[in-house]
Design a binder for this molecule. Structure first.
Ligand SMILES: [Zn+2]
Length: 255
């Protein structure tokens, strides 16, 4: 018998599993539904912060962002929203956007459609209860999707937001380790904005994924994330980057 006849199903299954893994985990994969991964202009950098609100870090981060007139998007965990409603209100009052990051931060890849919907719905209701209106943006925990995650988000009116740069600030590493892992943003700005080049033609700015909270516990230490931003915000600004929310990154006209 032709060995291909025997091996084909296994090969097809392996290939399918590989494609599914790509669609589930690769940040810019569109296999399981359309996502936002870039801003509409090389001049716009979208700063995003996951796993808050975090009373130990978010207030300091808001002050740091104010210093550079930076607006950002915060993907919130529902159970923390219920614990720190005033911090969520303050975040929005200071010009930032918030998004849904599920109620308990599970790996959605492993959940059935009903459980996925419950995770999104609980966080949706928590944010709506605090702000009076639900957010427009959703980010899956760990970036993990399956075929029903993005449709479930869409049912609630969300666009799903991924990233181009994820330096790994949840790791127990010093700021000296983290800072070079954000260098690519400066490199992109220099390539795209330097020498009077046409920004519209290369109009795809970065979306940076950092963390102001920790999904295991409230009050996670993210001081290294703050230190890395203290380093980069003035440098990125001097390169001509503007710090925008996801709404500004996709909706308003490119400069
Ligand atoms: Zn997260």
């Amino acid at each position: 018998m032709n060995p291909w006849v025997i091996e084909a199903p296994a090969a097809v299954a392996a290939a399918a599993a590989g494609i599914a893994a790509y669609g589930a985990a690769y940040p810019r994969a569109q296999l399981f539904g359309e996502t936002v991964c870039r801003t509409n202009s090389a001049r716009k950098l979208a700063l995003t912060f996951d796993d808050g609100p975090n009373p130990a870090i978010t207030p300091k981060l808001l002050d740091l962002l104010d210093r550079y007139k930076a607006k950002a998007t915060f993907f919130l965990i529902g159970r923390y929203v219920r614990e720190c409603p005033e911090l969520v209100q303050e975040t929005v009052a200071r010009g930032h956007e918030v998004g849904n990051h599920t109620e308990l931060h599970p790996n959605l890849f492993r959940l059935n459609p009903t459980k996925v919907r419950v995770e999104l719905r609980l966080c949706h209701d928590a944010i709506r209860g605090v702000l009076g209106a639900p957010p427009k943006w959703f980010r899956p925990p760990f970036g993990m999707r399956n075929p029903w995650v993005i449709p479930a988000a869409r049912e609630l009116g969300y666009r799903t937001v991924m990233w181009t740069v994820i330096p790994g600030d949840w790791r127990e590493k010093p700021a000296e380790w983290l800072i070079p892992r954000m260098q690519s943003i400066a490199d992109h700005a220099q390539q795209k904005l330097g020498n009077g080049s046409n920004t519209a033609a290369s109009g795809t700015g970065d979306v940076l994924c950092l963390h102001d909270g920790g999904h295991r516990d409230l009050n996670a230490d993210r001081s290294r994330t703050l230190a890395a931003l203290e380093h980069w915000l003035p440098r990125w600004r001097d390169l001509g980057l503007e710090f925008v929310t996801i709404g500004e990154a996709v909706s308003t006209p490119a400069p």
